[in-house]
Write a protein that binds this ligand. Structure first.
Ligand code: UDX
Ligand code: UDX
Length: 428
């Protein structure tokens, strides 16, 4: 099939590259010409495991290309996936300006297109967006009718950064929210390669399935962190508890890693957006707010534990191992490290940080800060003092040598750190 993907962030680019690798003809569109040039020369503008190899292969075999021309992409494809960003706007409400703009432009283009064109929303959008915003904009700007001249569907993604290709190719389920029958037929054909179950529903339910998935996972993380905080007071290792808890098939062992809580470009933004939407319809969400609230303070528990050991952190050298919100990425959006570093600096500590991938990102966030130094290797960083905080569980930090003779507060349960002179976990 001929596919276009609009927006080449990690979701759009991975979607395009994977569909190309399955044999489809793909055109990726982005307003950022630098990104487009990079993609066309086989260089992914983001880091994703295995992405470069698959991109290069499909460029060579002529199945994928990138362009800044939306018109060219729409005219030469039968299905378009919209995967532009949907950031937090004012007061954490979702900002749909990119989606609206793209839909207006698509509408104007399909006005002149003779063939039926299917528009699929892949970006995470608040329930109701596809039916009450995307669809009317497309109809207004194209002067055409949904179901007759063009189709509309919502098809959420469940891709983890760093594991996005693996997640794309092995989905637990495929959720389709189609407005018209023809859209469903086309999407079922497109996804016929996958043997995962397909759930077809209406767009607003598909949108809510995405939000409820992320909200559930966030709640599960905050839940295990809360159990962990209680365990800590009682001298119990929450990881042993999680092992026993996860053996219950109703619970499952996944997403029970207690520690510093969740960050990233999706979890905090999506749950806040759902809270915002709930308020709009006069519902006060208790569980979701609690999950977010616990996550706000969880990273700072490390500093409390450190302060129990040394009364004042003023002029004390503290080493931070890990800046990215999780291993395998350079992404620092909503990373717990940001709060921890900021708080330590406020307390007058001298902070020494290292990360295998996110140093450049950290430099952008903390530019010009006194008392903050960056190190390219953990080995160098730990030479700067006695107190170590483990913030991201990179493989590079799983070596005993880093911790010998040190005082370590571990936020991510790294076994090798237990060799430290004084070792303590945040929830164990
Ligand atoms: C995606 C989804 O779109 C988002 O809804 C979901 O919650 C997380 O994953 P992501 O892939 O991280 O977002 O997006 P981002 O990194 O912001 O990239 C979006 C791309 O779209 C950028 O390359 C940007 O240049 C491009 N873009 C944006 C357009 O091409 N046109 C626009 O009008 C706006
Ligand atoms: C997430 C979702 O998993 C994905 O389906 C969605 O589409 C985008 O958001 P991502 O943000 O890439 O993906 O990361 P994920 O691996 O899910 O981890 C998110 C955060 O939760 C990280 O900060 C991680 O450290 C934290 N986490 C995860 C825990 O603290 N404990 C856990 O048990 C699992």
């Amino acid at each position: 099939m001929k596919i276009s993907v609009i927006g080449t962030g990690y979701v759009g680019l991975v979607t395009g590259v994977c569909f190309a690798d399955l044999g489809h003809k793909v055109i990726c569109v982005d307003i950022d010409s630098e990104r487009v040039n990079k993609i066309n020369s086989g260089v992914p503008p983001i880091y994703e495991e295995n992405l470069k190899g698959i991109l290069e292969k499909n460029i060579k075999e002529n199945r994928i290309q990138a362009t800044t021309s939306l018109k060219n992409a729409i005219m030469n494809s039968e299905i378009s996936f919209i995967s532009v960003g949907t950031p937090s706007g004012l007061l954490d409400y979702i900002d749909l300006k990119y989606i609206d703009e793209v839909c207006k432009d698509i509408g104007k283009i399909i006005k002149d297109k003779k063939e039926y064109h299917l528009v699929v929303v892949k970006s995470t959008v608040i329930p109701g967006t596809t039916e009450h915003s995307v669809l009317p904009i497309l109809e207004r700007y194209s002067g055409k009718k949904v179901g007759k001249d063009f189709g509309v569907a919502m098809n959420p993604e469940f891709l983890r950064e760093g594991k996005a290709i693996q997640d794309f190719l092995n989905p637990d389920r495929i959720i389709l929210g189609c407005i018209d029958e023809r859209s469903e037929i086309l999407l079922r054909e497109l996804y016929s390669y996958f043997d995962s179950p397909i759930l077809n529903t209406n767009p607003r339910t598909a949108e809510m399935i995405k939000y409820s998935t992320n909200s559930f996972l966030v709640t599960k993380i905050s839940f295990i962190n809360e159990i962990g905080n209680i365990c800590k007071q009682l001298g119990i290792d929450v990881y042993e508890v999680a092992k026993g808890l996860g053996m219950d098939s109703r619970v499952s062992p996944n997403f029970l890693n207690a520690g510093l809580g969740f960050g990233g470009s999706c979890f905090p933004k999506d749950v806040k957006a759902l809270v915002g939407k709930a308020k709009e319809v006069y519902y006060h969400p208790i569980v979701l707010n609690a999950a977010l609230e616990l996550n706000e303070t969880q990273p700072l528990r490390m500093i409390e534990l450190l302060e129990r050991k040394i009364k004042s952190l003023k002029d004390v050298n503290v080493i931070i191992l890990g800046l990215a919100f999780k291993p395998g990425t350079n992404d620092m959006r909503e990373a717990p490290s940001i709060k921890i570093i900021q708080h330590l600096l406020n307390l007058g500590a001298h902070v020494h940080v290292t990360d295998p991938a996110a140093l450049d990102e950290a430099k952008k966030i903390f530019s010009g800060k006194n008392n903050l130094k960056f190190y390219t290797s953990a080995k160098e960083a730990v030479k700067q003092g006695k107190y170590i905080l483990i913030v991201t569980e990179w493989e590079e930090f799983k070596t005993e040598e880093l911790y010998r003779g040190k005082v370590v507060i571990d936020g991510r349960k790294i076994e090798e750190a237990k060799i430290a002179f004084d070792y303590e976990g945040v929830c164990w």
